[in-house]
Design a protein. Sequence first.
Length: 220
Amino acid sequence: MSSSTIVVDDRIDAYLLKQGRPESETAAALREATAPMPAAVMQVSPLQGAFMSWLVGFMNVENALEVGTFTGYSALCVAEALPDHGKLIACDVSEEWTSMAREYWERGGVAHKIDLQLRPAAETLDSLISEEREGSFDFAFIDADKPNYDVYYERCLQLLRVGGVVAVDNVLWTGRVADERFNDESTLAIRALNKKIQNDDRVNNVMLPIGDGLTLATRL
């Protein structure tokens, strides 16, 4: 037993990956294709992808949301765990990055499960609300522009069913949220949302040190 969280160095990280659910060939290929890109840091880690895939399967998710898709790795991991009739609505604004995503979704046989919306995510979420889709989604993943995190969180909560889960990425922000010397717009936005979720009586929540920090909040 331990009273604190173990520091996960490269050796432990490699062990965790080796012991966990193996990546699909498509997921591994997409991760490797994304790695040389200057923005590759935006991609979730394989451990986080495996965790979300497990969570989606465990929850028997059928309808999911993703805010921020990049080259499609997290969407691929989620879609692989969805049933064949399941649907993930993926929100992004980059045709360039998501063109790679589409290629690997097709390769992985999950493209039919993913509805990619290329416009500002808030517009897509508001459109779903106007279509009376509130309370119809099982799972939502937020990993986009940090200053708008609160907007995405509020919209996703409206769209989630009772018992549904919203997962918020980058909540540790490489440690900046715990260091008062950092007060840039993104850090302040994440710090404020972390505090908001902590005190939000609409959810039951936990913050996990996976990747760059992942908060899970269950709608009550």
